[in-house]
Design a protein around this ligand. Structure first.
Ligand code: NAG
Ligand code: NAG
Ligand code: NAG
Ligand code: NAG
Ligand code: NAG
Length: 479
């Protein structure tokens, strides 16, 4: 069921306490700022994509003017099938100054979005390639507003290792690196003044819960749920913030396959809070309106393989059409391997990579890198392919791609429907040289958003994750 079996013994697991039945009271206020990131010319955009083929995420109507009445606001969510589940009730009597700042940020983003400048945006030394964003001006403005204003409070409750720590190498790197940055980094987003925060971070690690609380081979996830439930109970009793919004301005972050299950420990954590997850499976409760898809990065020993740090020049020949090597996990890979393993000398598709071949060299020698889902939707191959400038071919169902709130994945990747796997070679051969070069330029441009830096740098993965959280916070408006 998961990539890394749980190790260690059980820490003290408290008895299950179910925090339920807190009644929603006040009114809903959702301002679809995210809609402005879509690139539809007529101001009527889908929440996530311009490409109908992209995933099966329900479209959300964009409220063309700022929502002024409650009717407008409810209309903003009516067209979404998630609307029934997503009812964050925001009752932040609140810090008016904070809310006014957010209102100004929304206005500035709306204004920038309407410019719809197609050209490359240059800020100081930064060049943002406009091709990879739904709306480059909206993104840049929103990013700047985040830098100017966004404040995060990190709860201090809980003890390491399960809280305030996380894995920083191997498959769940993105979880630990984010938690460590929030705990120890020198970024300017963390505030110790909880009253002045826009969002509240619960720095527990589901990966460490699995390591320390889960009993191997039992497949009993109760201890994970109990931990999450107890944590919410603790912070919501000790502090006033959770109850103000039923957790809607709180977030958790985890790359573990089982993080969605752990979050079921508290109904509001699951339904209302912002969950930043690698396992962003929209048919398992991942709700892109409030949840954030986290890239999965596999760093052996905590570092990027040197071969991927500076890929060869763009004109270096790539003799393989496509490459994949990986275990037969989940339901998609068996189909891929059945059709293409040992079938065609252009498609290098393996279950086990031959001993005389190197994984990363193979990526660097391929034009397309196949990224099928395994036991869960996310795959570290996507980020490796980005690093290797090998066009990712996404083979998944119900996967909400990372940062698809701002990034146009069709500018740097290809999505192939599972039913089309038998035609894979034909589809890849049909990509023109021109289009291939454009996708590759897209990959170079998007790389910065998938890079982990220490210390963190502008527009890198840490900041792009924060930006996704910031967008979701902008979508909430306290009354
Ligand atoms: C959470 O969502 C589920 C499924 O939509 C629903 O059954 C449940 O009542 C919700 N719980 C709360 C507290 O909103
Ligand atoms: C955006 O377009 C305007 C003209 O509409 C132009 O003056 C401006 O330089 C452009 N901005 C960028 C950043 O390209
Ligand atoms: C928040 O609500 C819960 C459940 O109603 C309650 O037990 C808790 O005391 C409340 N917290 C605060 C700080 O009032
Ligand atoms: C690739 O381009 C560089 C300069 O841009 C040139 O020096 C080199 O010869 C080219 N290599 C190939 C294989 O075409
Ligand atoms: C996504 O969720 C659906 C519904 O639970 C499940 O059938 C599917 O296997 C999941 N996808 C992956 C790759 O785990």
């Amino acid at each position: 069921m998961m990539k890394n079996g749980g190790g260690g013994g059980g820490g003290g697991v408290a008895s299950p306490i179910v925090v339920l039945s807190v009644v929603f009271a006040a009114s809903i206020a959702i301002v679809f700022v995210l809609g402005y990131f879509s690139d539809r010319a007529n101001g009527f955009g889908s929440f996530y994509s311009g490409s109908e083929a992209e995933l099966k995420i329900p479209r959300v109507e964009l409220v063309t003017a700022a929502a002024r009445t409650r009717n407008d606001e409810s209309r903003a969510v009516l067209s979404s099938e998630f609307s029934s589940k997503f009812k964050p009730t925001v009752r932040r009597r609140a810090n008016n100054k904070l809310e006014q700042g957010l209102a100004r940020a929304r206005a500035a983003i709306r204004k920038a979005a309407s410019i719809r400048n197609k050209s490359v945006i240059i800020t100081k030394n930064d060049i943002l390639s406009s091709a990879i964003y739904w709306n480059p001006s909206a993104f840049l403005q929103s990013y700047k507003e985040m830098e100017r204003r966004f404040k995060i409070y990190v709860y201090q409750e809980g003890e390491p290792p399960i809280v305030h720590d996380g894995p920083c190498k191997d498959i769940y790197t993105s979880e630990g690196r984010f938690i460590h940055e929030m705990e120890h980094g020198n970024n300017k987003f963390r505030t110790s003044n909880a009253q002045a925060a826009h969002v509240y971070f619960m720095p527990f690690s589901v990966t460490w819960m699995v390591k320390y609380l889960y009993k191997p081979n039992t497949y009993d996830l109760t201890p994970l749920k109990v931990f999450a439930s107890d944590y919410v109970k603790l912070i919501s009793t000790k502090h006033p913030f959770w109850n103000r919004t039923q957790g809607a301005d709180h977030f958790m972050l985890s790359c573990h396959d089982w993080a969605p299950h752990a979050s079921r420990g508290d109904a509001f954590l699951y339904n209302t809070s912002i969950r930043v997850l690698c396992n962003a499976n929209s048919s398992e409760g991942f709700n892109p309106q409030k949840d954030v898809s986290l890239p999965e990065i596999h760093l052996y020993g905590g570092i990027v393989n040197p071969k991927l740090i500076s890929p060869p020049p763009s004109n270096t020949s790539r003799p393989y059409l496509a490459f994949f090597a990986g275990g037969i996990h989940g339901s998609i890979r068996p189909i891929l391997l059945k059709h293409w393993k040992d079938r065609d000398s252009d498609l290098h598709i393996y279950e086990y990579l031959p001993k005389d071949q190197d994984y990363y060299d193979s990526m660097l020698r391929s034009k397309f890198c196949l990224c099928p889902s395994g036991y869960e939707v996310a795959s570290p191959r996507i980020v490796e392919a980005i690093y290797a400038e090998c066009i990712p071919v996404i083979l998944s169902d119900h996967y909400v791609l990372p940062f698809s709130d701002v990034l146009r994945w069709d500018a740097f990747s290809i999505q192939v429907d599972i039913s089309e796997i038998p035609r894979l070679k034909e589809i890849l051969l049909a990509v023109s040289e021109d289009k291939y070069m454009r996708l590759k330029e897209g990959l170079r441009a998007v790389r910065r958003h998938f890079v982990l830096n220490q210390p963190v740098e502008r527009f890198d993965m840490f900041h792009t994750i924060l930006h996704s959280v910031w967008l979701r916070r902008l979508n909430l408006r306290a009354r």
